[in-house]
Design a protein around this ligand. Structure first.
Ligand code: GLU
Length: 475
């Protein structure tokens, strides 16, 4: 039995790791771990015009943040180094030339102008635009002369007849008529390989046993299979995962959706919540649980159980799951919760931050769905309100009475129940309804009409601070 080896092969052409690629990475990771295999990262950076500076580093750091640790990759190396295609260039050309010698590929000297005209003509005739094979028929002496002074590409010589088919683990048999497969460029005129040549050569050399990738690559697979056959190499197993969709079934697109993993991190989504949510895309836990860890997924995972009907990536459901993770983290690991919050909160650098968070955790954690929501609900614990949602001027008297009555509580008795009892007395005497009175008090202390429970909040703020806030208004 061969060791299972899976990979993702991201192109560093985007700002960060795409959420769809994170999903593909998750499935590759889980499948490899389930089978005691290895999960590899290879960077496909041969499309030089689309490279984005820093993209590779950010992709790798997002994978690490998600906990999808890899066994081999561009930054950690491995037995099949290098793991960056731009560092493997000489290799691809040799393989392409080898195909030319065997007649499975050929040099093409057609100019871009000729190709454009050819395509326009085909489209006008209602034909699918594809290379017409002109250079396939050029005699070898002529080719030898031309490669010295003309620009050329190397193309795959696709058989004109027959079919190419494969069995996808998730979709069954998929067939393509060879006459509809383009004579794909393998080596571009700049000497770089195209994706198709690079992916096949590297998956073979890196001993990848299972190619698990998004369904947008299905139409490329017959080209890859023809290449494997031309080289005389064993085929890997193919599985094409469904694409994630919006709740309205449209495709996730970077113009309409936040698609970068870094965005979710910045919102204060926990990595384990995002992984858990992604694992529910097309797959479900046999015990029908919504919340489970990555290692539990590994335990129960079967690749063939993934459903290919468009899974819905709903940010509201992700937030709902994240809320559960936040609550658990706050109670089970308050230290990590505080550390994470410290990096998200604008009060994170204040010296008393950790101590404050420790006190407010029980009040705040059930009320937030993301770490980023912490400041909106808790800023009043860290700083006095800068503005008030209600004009408090006409309530000065009531607020002043409240301050006086709270003054009577000894510091040692400064507890939410006792605070509540005293304030009830004022409430009765003011002539305001109970809800109006406590709303006014809430706004005085927190600046807002909606906040965590008021008496408990005052207890945490302490007697001096609470009275000082009341006096700011009543003075
Ligand atoms: N470089 C391709 C990408 O950007 C890899 C596709 C594949 O997995 O074969 O996703």
């Amino acid at each position: 039995m061969k060791t299972v080896r899976t990979r993702i092969a991201p192109s560093p052409t985007g700002e960060n790791l795409h959420i769809g690629n994170a999903y593909t990475a998750l499935i590759n990771f889980v499948f490899a771990k389930k089978n005691n295999g290895q999960f590899i990262i290879r960077i496909e950076d041969t499309d030089r015009s689309r490279l984005v500076k820093g993209s590779e580093e950010r992709i790798l750091s997002s994978l690490k943040w998600l906990g999808l640790t890899y066994d081999e990759g561009p930054d950690i190396g491995g037995p099949y180094s290098p793991y960056r295609q731009s560092e493997r260039l000489s290799l691809y050309k040799n393989y392409a030339q080898n195909l030319v010698e065997k007649g499975n590929a050929y040099y093409c000297f057609c100019t871009p102008q000729r190709l454009t005209k050819m395509r326009e003509k085909q489209i006008a005739q209602g034909l699918p635009p594809m290379y017409d094979g002109t250079c396939k028929r050029v005699k070898s002496e002529e080719v030898r002369a031309k490669i010295k002074n003309e620009k050329y590409v190397i193309r795959l010589n696709v058989p004109e007849e027959g079919i190419t088919e494969f069995t996808d683990v998730l979709r069954g048999k998929i067939s393509f008529e060879n006459k509809l497969i383009d004579d794909q460029v393998l080596i571009k005129s700049d000497g770089f390989p195209t994706y198709h040549l690079g992916v096949v050569v590297d998956d073979h050399l890196m001993k990848i046993t299972h190619v698990i990738r998004g369904e947008e690559w299905i139409s490329s697979t017959p080209k890859h299979i023809l290449l494997y056959q031309a080289f005389g190499w064993d085929l890997p197993v193919f599985a094409h995962l469904p694409l994630l969709r919006n709740p309205d079934k449209s495709k996730l697109s970077k113009r309409k959706n936040p698609v970068w993993v870094s965005w979710y991190k910045e919102q204060g989504i926990l990595p384990e919540a995002l992984i858990n949510y992604l694992s529910l895309m097309g797959w479900s836990d046999p015990n029908e649980r919504d919340k489970f860890s990555l290692s539990e997924m590994v335990k129960h995972f079967k690749l063939e159980d993934i459903k290919t009907t468009a899974p819905i990536f709903d940010r509201e459901k992700l937030k709902w799951l994240n809320k559960k993770y936040i609550q658990d983290l706050a109670t089970l690991d308050p230290k990590r919760f505080t550390t994470l919050l410290r990096t998200m909160s604008s009060y994170g650098t204040t010296p008393e931050f950790d101590e404050k968070v420790r006190k407010v955790i029980p009040l705040v954690s059930p009320r937030i769905s993301t770490l980023k929501e912490y400041d909106a609900i808790s800023s009043f614990f860290h700083a006095r309100p800068q503005k008030y949602e209600v004009d408090l001027e006409s309530y000065q008297d009531v607020i002043s009475k409240s301050a006086d009555i709270l003054e009577n509580i000894q510091i040692a008795q400064w507890k939410s129940d006792r605070i509540g009892e005293e304030l009830q007395k004022v409430a009765k005497a003011t002539g305001l309804t109970n809800s109006e009175y406590f709303m006014i008090l809430r706004v005085t202390i927190t600046g807002k009409k909606v906040s965590p429970p008021l008496n408990e909040s005052m207890e945490i703020l302490g007697k001096n601070e609470t009275i000082a806030r009341l006096q700011t208004i009543s003075a």
